[in-house]
Design a protein around this ligand. Structure first.
Ligand code: ADP
Ligand code: ASP
Ligand code: MG
Length: 465
């Protein structure tokens, strides 16, 4: 049994959802007697952003403009459903949409009255996107002759109560997913659920953070011991760099779990950063595939080794990075100083990506600036603190990166003339991470890409053994 996840662009409109139905039908027929697949869907393209904008608008206190936007969203969902299903199938989905939008309107009204949208309320609103799209996709699959069954993701993914970035509770999720989904698969059904969404043990709606549908698919794949987790999106697979930054980026046919996790962590948006962990823990291969070119091979992510000896597999980058430099003469030879520094980041639940230390200073990068002010205030209690924003981070990733010392020299040479603010390479040496000014990112990535992949001899001609 496989888990197939379709992202926002893959379910953006009627034509896209018809493609999804064809892919699921092929998978269903290939699967023979066993049930499935399990289909995990994102909100229709752009809907999560719109829902968050609606919440922000309502917070100003006037529900009118927010409700106008809700009406637009409702019209789009109804129109998409109308293009895909008719009769009884459409009626069931239409009723679900009506109920869903009544709920959205109720939340908007409450936010406007209170002038407040807590993270818990934001999650209730943002989760609506997947709860609505899921009903449309279920109808489209039924219309295509498949025995499709919608399952509310809040019955499957159990999380803690860190609203807007909840952490799944794996034991509970495994139990719930097995209990709800297995009987349906045994009956030969195709199971459809929404990604991104979960619920606390007490049934309060949560989300797994932006882009979290990939993570949902991996969690369900692990919970149900799937044979493969497929991430269907709008590009051919993991590319050698973000195609919006480097036009010449090309496909990486195979990645180890560790490489994929590094790339996702350092900004390769095609995978949510936490997707690989549940898959790797159970050694379930992940495939990234293009909904708009279903015949293409995609990227296979599995346990290494079995790869050709290219030093660099791919590049990743992230904009909007802030560097915090903490300087104190007390650091000199002091025990426990770094603990004190990192406790501050822990207290404000702000992950640190890159760390670099010198004798009296430590520089760290963060990309979540929400708690920057109290973090700086707390650090200023025992050190001098400098903050530099508009930085970007570049990661050069490859399992064999550390095997050839010349690779690091090539990376640095390629960036000649571009100021490097931070450089970090761990002893495990699967990557080197560089921090530079945001305005230099594009030319840095172009030059690095040409250096690492520009010549056929360096192309990542990786084939899984
Ligand atoms: P989905 O809605 O299907 O989840 P996302 O927009 O979240 O899709 O992720 C796919 C996008 O990720 C691509 O369209 C591409 O612009 C971006 N991306 C960034 N880095 C990479 C990379 N290394 N390989 C492929 N795509 C990347
Ligand atoms: N719809 C959510 C988002 O836009 C989750 C996802 O698509 O993965 O962030
Ligand atoms: Mg995504």
């Amino acid at each position: 049994m496989r888990v197939l996840k379709f992202g926002g662009t893959s379910v953006a409109d009627g034509a896209a959802i018809r493609r999804v139905a064809a892919i699921v039908a092929d998978e269903r027929h290939a699967g023979g007697d066993q049930g499935g697949p399990v289909v995990v869907v994102s909100a229709l393209g752009g809907v999560t952003d719109r829902l968050l904008q609606i919440g922000a608008l309502a917070q100003c206190g006037d529900a009118g403009p927010a409700l106008e936007q809700v009406a637009d969203l409702e019209a789009r969902h109804r129109q998409t459903l109308g293009e895909l299903a008719a009769g009884e199938t459409a009626r069931i989905a239409r009723d679900a949409l009506e109920e869903g939008f009544a709920r959205v309107r109720a939340i908007v009204g409450a936010v406007a009255v209170l002038h407040e949208a807590s993270p818990r309320t934001v999650d209730a609103l943002a989760a609506s996107g997947e709860l609505l799209s899921g009903r449309i996709v279920t109808a489209a699959l039924a219309e295509a002759g498949l025995s499709a069954q919608w399952v509310d993701p809040r019955q499957l993914v159990c999380t803690d109560d860190q609203f807007t970035a909840a952490t799944p509770l794996m034991d509970e999720t495994c139990r719930q997913a097995a209990w709800c989904v297995r009987p349906l698969l045994e009956q030969g059904r195709v199971v459809v659920t929404g990604g991104f969404v979960g619920a606390t043990g007490r049934g309060v709606t949560t989300t797994l953070g932006r882009g979290g549908s990939d993570y949902s698919a991996a969690l369900l794949g692990a919970a149900l011991s799937a044979d493969e987790i497929q991430i269907w999106t709008d590009v051919d697979g993991m590319l050698t760099a973000d195609p919006r930054v480097v036009g010449e980026a090309r496909l990486v046919p195979f990645l180890s779990f560790a490489e994929a996790a590094e790339l996702a962590y350092f900004g390769a948006k095609v995978l949510h950063p936490r997707t690989i962990q549940p898959a790797a823990a159970q050694n379930i291969p992940v495939r990234i595939l293009n909904t708009f070119r279903p015949g293409a091979a995609g990227t296979r992510i599995a346990d290494g080794p079995g790869v050709a000896p290219a030093a660099v597999t791919a590049l990743a980058c992230k904009r909007g990075i802030t560097v915090i430099t903490i300087t104190s003469t007390r650091m000199l030879m002091a025990f426990g100083y770094l603990r004190r520094v990192f406790e501050v980041f822990e207290r404000y639940r702000t992950p640190v990506d890159v760390v670099s230390t010198s004798e009296v200073s430590v520089s760290v990068t963060i990309d979540d600036r929400r708690h920057l002010e109290p973090i700086v205030a707390a650090l200023s209690g025992f050190a001098e603190v400098g903050v530099a924003d508009e930085r970007a981070l570049v990661a050069v990733v490859g399992d064999r990166f550390g095997e050839d010392p010349a690779t690091f020299a090539r990376v640095v040479r390629a960036l000649e003339g571009i100021p490097l603010r931070l450089v970090s390479q761990a002893d495990a040496r699967r990557n080197v991470t560089l921090v530079l000014d945001e305005r230099d990112l594009s030319r840095a990535m172009t030059r690095l890409h040409a250096e690492c992949f520009g010549h056929p001899a360096h192309a990542p001609a990786r084939v899984h053994a």
